[in-house]
Design a binder for this molecule. Structure first.
Ligand code: SF4
Ligand code: SF4
Length: 67
């Protein structure tokens, strides 16, 4: 499961660029800074490599390992 904390996201979209499985899209949902936050549209393709979680400069992403 992927969780994004919208309040921490600053819209750099590093997560979108870095994900090897193109899991994220830019959603139309905005946070209180009027930033469109990413959404894990293709979460089923996630290989839980944690790259997005590690590279997000604002620790806005949490990727739970699949059981
Ligand atoms: S890397 Fe983090 S701060 Fe940047 S767009 Fe993704 S969730 Fe937001
Ligand atoms: S954990 Fe890896 S595969 Fe899954 S969304 Fe993040 S970067 Fe993409």
């Amino acid at each position: 499961m992927i969780q994004i904390n919208p309040d921490l996201c600053k819209g750099c979209y590093i997560c979108i660029e870095i994900c090897p499985k193109s899991v994220y899209i830019i959603s139309n949902v905005t946070n209180d800074k009027d930033i469109k936050i990413p959404f894990p549209e293709n979460e089923k393709d996630c290989i839980t490599c944690h790259l997005c979680e590690l590279e997000c400069p604002d620790q806005a992403i949490y990727v739970e390992d699949k059981k």
